[in-house]
Design a protein around this ligand. Structure first.
Ligand SMILES: [Zn+2]
Length: 436
């Protein structure tokens, strides 16, 4: 039995240590690893100077299959994820057909297995067709081969309070969680960007912060009332942070995510009317960014999730009003988190592991991902070169779409290798042996 020896990497950016992987599991760690006879004739990866973290887990990605295979497939999204340092990705259900039955979630799950680059966990729709009228077959999805634990109508809000209450009650039986896209629909009709000074100057219809905050306030109260787990998707305003902080203080079972783009980009990006910056919820203000970063550092916001949203060029490269909202995220998320959180000293590498691997795995109900780097644990790992800088080129991405808001930007930190249960899925920009 031969092993894989990852030599000299620094777990969580701390003291360098050798890691021996045998049969997909961390078999030895530290000085014993290189001396272990199973390391003798196995592969050795020189990882001196690199940081090793648990493989990243994305609780919020759009892989577009079935239905929009021109924008992304489970295979191309998986490749983008592996290149971005991910070993598990949750796929949102706004596909065509909607992932609202055991059949569709099992289809997505199997496509993930076939691609074999990351663990793909389908998220089930809360309501049939995501139409917000009646509950989907949540239990059937939970007991399917895909073992769905996260449910969301993402893209749309479960705005009917009675349906939201019923959904929260329903998933309690199998410790599921409702991931809410918090957007009061009446307050955001025709909305094009954050409502504020910039929208007023540009004459674009505003998406007010209160439309997000009102739903989060309501849903945290509902979660209290029924004692269920609520997860708030892509939290984007300072007011939302206050509401989640207050709820957590009184013991609400609520978790929250922020996207990399909401940590870095502001509503002034809209000034050039380039629809690559159109996203839902919209980019907010510098004051919001400051509060979001502090909340991620303090733990009020639990995780970073990409909201990776590939769009075909005909849907995105059009006039602002008609462009689909959304941005690519899987191949840039870690670098944006390094730029916005690690470099300014708000998070250390342990913190990155917490918000990008451990907490998302826990919220999503995974027991084999987001685990500590320790003997006996599955070898889901990512090697990061913290000193590297790179320039974003959308055309180099594995994603089928090109809608990255970071085009031409220089970002810090580069994924050097990703390992799924000890198997290399991406190395130096190459996916599982295929140049992309
Ligand atoms: Zn959403």
């Amino acid at each position: 039995m031969t092993g894989l020896l990852i030599a000299g990497a620094s777990p969580y950016g701390e003291e360098p240590a050798d890691i021996l992987v045998v049969d997909g599991v961390i078999a030895a760690l530290g000085p014993d690893a290189a001396r272990d006879e199973r390391a003798a004739d196995g592969e050795i990866v020189d990882a001196a100077g690199l940081v090793v973290l648990p493989g990243l887990v994305d609780l919020h990605a759009h892989l577009r299959e079935p239905g929009r295979e021109d924008a992304e497939t489970v295979a191309t999204g998986s490749a983008a994820a592996a290149l971005g340092g991910y070993t598990a990705v949750f796929a949102m259900p706004n596909t065509d057909p909607t992932a609202d039955t055991a059949g569709v979630v099992e289809q997505v799950f199997r496509l993930g297995e076939q691609a074999g680059l990351v663990d793909v966990h389908p998220i089930g729709a809360v309501t049939v067709g995501r139409r917000g009228e009646r509950l989907a077959e949540l239990a059937a999805m939970a007991t399917s081969a895909a073992r769905v634990r996260v449910f969301s109508d993402d893209g749309d809000c479960v705005s009917d309070p009675l349906l939201m209450r019923r959904a929260l009650e329903y998933v309690k039986a199998f410790d599921g969680v409702i991931a809410q896209h918090a957007q009061e629909p009446r307050l955001t009709q025709g909305a094009q960007m954050h409502e504020g000074e910039v929208s007023a100057r540009l004459g674009l219809t505003g998406w007010p912060a209160v439309a997000e905050e009102a739903i989060i306030a309501r849903d945290t109260l509902l979660a209290d009332h029924v004692g269920s787990r609520l997860h708030v998707c892509h939290l984007s305003t300072a007011g939302s942070v206050q509401i989640v902080a207050a709820a957590k203080q009184r013991g609400t079972r609520v978790t929250a995510e922020v996207t990399p783009h909401h940590l870095l980009l502001t509503d002034s990006s809209a000034e050039g009317y380039d629809p690559v910056f159109k996203v839902n919820p919209p980019l907010r203000t510098p004051a919001d960014i400051e509060v979001l970063r502090a909340a991620l550092a303090s733990g009020v916001i639990d995780i970073v999730a990409t909201d990776h949203a590939p769009h075909a060029s005909q849907d995105k490269e059009t006039e602002w009003d008609n462009a689909s909202p959304g941005m690519l995220g899987l191949q840039t998320a870690l670098s944006v988190v390094i730029a916005t959180m690690v470099e300014p000293g708000l998070l250390d590498w342990r913190g990155v592991a917490r918000v990008m691997a451990e907490a998302p795995a826990r919220i999503g109900g995974l027991d084999d991902q987001g685990r500590p780097i320790a003997v006996g644990e599955p070898a889901n790992l990512v090697l990061v070169d913290p000193a590297a800088r790179w320039t974003v080129r959308g055309e180099d991405f594995a994603s089928l779409s090109r809608n990255t808001p970071y085009e031409g930007m220089e970002l810090p930190g580069r994924v050097v290798g990703t390992y799924l249960r000890g198997r290399c899925t991406a190395s130096a920009g190459v996916v599982a042996g295929v140049q992309v």
